[in-house]
Each structure stands twice: as C-alpha cells, then as structure tokens.
Design a protein around this ligand. Structure first.
Ligand SMILES: *Cc1c(COP(=O)(O)O)cnc(C)c1O
Length: 362
C-alpha cells in the first residue's frame, strides 16, 4: 500500500528514527533500566513544560488525563471553557464524571477571553477551570498568557490546561503561568504515534487531589507523583512509546526549542500565505490563529473562496498527502492543513505543490 503522508492535525507523520527507537528490546518497568530511561528524560520534559515539578507519563490518549484532571481536582464545580469540538466535549466529560459543571461557550472560531473567564470565576462558584489552549477543531488559539494572568486572582481555582496540539510548537511555562495541570498527547505536535500522554501537576493540585475521594486508580495523580519520584509509573506503561519519546526529546533538544518554535511559526505562515494566494480566508477570528495548523474557511463564515472540500481532499490524497476535510459541525465548510511536528519548509512546500495541482482541477 502506498504511504499517504499525514497532514491532518493528528495523528501526524512519524519519523523512521522514532519508529526504530520504539522497537528497542523490552525491559521490566520496575527495573533499573526503565528508571534510568525515565530519569534521563525527566529534566528534558521539565524544560519543555517550564516546570520544576515532576512530569508524568500516562499510557492513554489525552482524554485519559483530561478526564483524570476532572476526577482528581473538582470538588465544587468546574467551569469548562468551550470554543470547539474538543473543549465542548470537556463539559460532557465533567458531567459524565458526576461533577457539577458549567460551560463558558463562545462561538466556534472565537477564542476564550480573559474578561469572560473573570466574570464567571468572580461568582465564587468554581474550584476548577478547564481551557484548551489550541482548539484543534477550529484552528483557534486562546490567549493563554492573559487567562493565566487573570487566573492568579483566584488561587483556589484549579487551572487545567490542554496543550495537546500546541506543546512543543511554542513555549508554555507551567510554573511561571501558575497552571495547575498541563497535559499533551503525543500524536500531535510531538510527532509520535498515538497512545501516550505527558502531564504535570502543581503542588496545589497534588494537595487538592489528596483530599478528593473517588479519584479512581488509573489516573490518580497522587499515584503518578509517588511513582514518578522513583522514576516509575503507577502501572505498566507503553514502554515502546517511552523509547519513542526519549528519542523525540533528543530530537527537540538537538534542534533547539527556540528553533523548533520558529520553524512552526514559519511553516504556519507559509500555509496562511498559500490560503491567501488562493483567495481563502481563515476560520478563526483574526489574531487568534493557531501556529500548528490552519483551519481554512470554506463557507462556514462569510467571505473568501469556497471549493468542494471532499474533492480537494481526494485530489490531494491521489498525490500522496492526507489533509483534513473539517471536523464536527464545520466538516466541509472548513478544511484543515497541519504543519505540526517534524515538518520543514521543504516538506510543507511539497504539500502546497500538491494542493496547487488539486486547485487547478477544481
Ligand atoms: C486531539 C485532541 C484531543 C484528544 O486527544 P485524544 O488523543 O484523542 O485523547 C484533545 N484536545 C485537543 C486540543 C486535541 O487536539
């Protein structure tokens, strides 16, 4: 079967080097070999997340930790900020966990604004807040720095941040921003296969979790902390993925984090330019566009050009590239082009060439 290169916003393309690392021989997860592997990654992970806290490895997709954060940290009521498919879903997940929850819903394509969060938190009803930094379904990035600055007024509110499709593409400083839980899955900007999530928790979050009953076992943050102190995970982790992560972290630091961030910014700008050249507008509100993907407006909002998104996708796929035809209620009326992970100016150029060819046939 011919390989179709992924330019959907997750999972993304995985390098041969990463795949090869994942086939290293198995080791016991309670042995010194595993502890050494995890201990070697710990300072790299801490630098990546901007924290002195221990970073945990969870054998699950991101949703495992997203649900876990609700189970571990919500005693009173959680405010779920909602601006797209993933963030909207988080309210549903909170309710399914049996928690009191309320949504702060804005139209898809709009970011979450600090003033709106402030108004809600000022009611004193909430002890937790969830925010998706980069809402992948709409390609919209919410102003994390402003929201973090505002949140400092409410020290008792647990600040849970999903950076699934942004972590490693731009700096996110956990300690400095006063975040309580920061999490990411590895199949997005980390450019690894799906199945692993990384996260960290603040001292306040760990203290709060210890007071919460019914936080379960698999995603018990107290267990993660206890085990991480000894460079272990609570249960048997996906060791192949952890080999892959170790290889990936070496890649990040060999390239340099600043260079990695600059590369994402550059390749994302190239995609924006491609869209503009063809008369398209972007779906997100101006100024809040993601740096890891472009959600191209294809009729979901007034303005700009429209094409048959399914046909565009097919024509591009015939040339060996998979793009996304839009997610959830904006399927077809948007389409998404990912530049996250290992993509370079040269590899992105190949995608634009395929897209240009396809556009001529529409
Ligand atoms: C992909 C994604 C998720 C869900 O991740 P899973 O790996 O499917 O659990 C959550 N949040 C964001 C922002 C995402 O892009």
């Amino acid at each position: 079967m011919a390989h179709v290169k992924l330019h959907i916003p997750g999972p993304v393309e995985v390098s041969e080097k990463t795949f090869k690392a994942m086939t290293s021989p198995m080791i016991g997860h309670r042995g010194q070999g595993f502890k050494d592997l995890y201990a070697k990654m710990q300072p790299q992970l801490q630098t990546l997340l901007g924290t002195k806290q221990l970073v945990y490895l969870s054998t699950s997709s991101a949703w495992g930790v997203m649900e876990g954060a609700i189970r571990n940290l919500v005693a009173k009521k959680v405010l779920n900020c909602m601006c797209g498919a993933f963030s909207d879903k988080w309210l549903d997940v909170s309710l399914r966990c049996g928690k009191q929850a309320e949504g702060l819903q804005v139209p898809w394509g709009s970011p979450i604004r600090a003033e709106e969060v402030d108004k809600k938190l000022a009611t004193g009803q909430f002890d937790a807040l969830t925010l998706i930094h980069n809402e992948t379904s709409t390609g919209t990035m919410s102003p994390l720095l402003e929201i973090a600055a505002l949140k400092k007024k409410y020290p008792d509110v647990m600040f849970i941040v999903d950076a699934v499709s942004s972590l490693t593409a731009l700096p996110i400083k956990f300690d400095e921003l006063g975040i309580d839980v920061l999490l990411a899955g590895t199949q997005k900007a980390f450019a690894m296969p799906p199945g692993l999530a990384v996260f960290t928790a603040s001292p306040a979050a760990l203290a709060k979790a210890a007071t919460i009953k019914d936080r379960g076992y698999y995603f018990d943050f107290v267990e993660f902390e206890k085990n991480a102190k000894d460079s272990m995970t609570p249960s048997t982790p996906a060791i192949p993925h952890i080999y892959g992560l170790a290889s990936k972290l070496d890649d990040f630091f060999a390239e340099g984090l600043e260079a990695r961030y600059a590369r994402h910014k550059k390749t994302n700008q190239m995609t924006r330019d491609w869209a503009a050249r063809h008369g398209f507008t972007l779906f997100p509100e101006a100024g809040y566009e993601s740096v890891t993907l472009c959600c191209v407006n294809n009729g979901a909002k007034p303005g700009g050009r429209t094409v048959d998104a399914a046909k565009l996708q097919k024509l591009v796929k015939d040339q060996g590239f998979l793009i996304d035809g839009g997610y959830g209620k904006i399927k077809g009326t948007t389409f998404r082009l990912s530049n996250m992970g290992d993509e370079t100016e040269a590899t992105m150029q190949q995608l634009y060439t395929a897209l240009d060819n396809a556009m001529k046939q529409l």
